[in-house]
Design a binder for this molecule. Sequence first.
Ligand code: HEC
Length: 136
Amino acid sequence: MLACFAVAACDPYSEVRDGLNPADRERFARGQRAATPCATCHDFAGQAHKVGPPLLGLFGRRAGAIKDFPYSAAFRQSSLEWNDRSLDAFLANPQAVIPGNRMLSPPMTEPGARSDFIFFLRTLDRQSMDTGAESS
Ligand code: HEC
């Protein structure tokens, strides 16, 4: 698909994936595929601001909490906290969960894809805490 661009490695997550057991590896790979359309607008592995805010370290954070990111008023005023349940609901129907938000992305309608995506993001979070990458 269009995951490979510029000089970036085609698969930036191969190391993370290799550290998982076989079942988790499959699940991570499915979540990574589900995340492909999101990567145009979101950084999953660092803190880069793209069209959307970085998603590394999302869990436990309030919606709209990245400093200096130009969120919509809808996001800034939201008191939603990100956990598996709120993220699942948001991905299924972004406009229902935070009405008036500016994320122009179709809903992830398939529950299995949402669950795999959440697993993918949680795995990256855990990995970055192990290596301390998130604090840099
Ligand atoms: C066209 C660009 C674009 C695409 C594609 C996109 N997003 Fe977003 N996303 C945004 C923007 C912009 C915001 C902030 C919206 C606002 O301020 O109203 C956002 C916000 C978010 C947030 C909240 C982050 C926070 O800091 O509170 C999550 C979670 C999220 N997106 C997940 C996803 C996922 C998962 C996908 C893929 C299914 C995706 N996005 C696809 C642009 C995008």
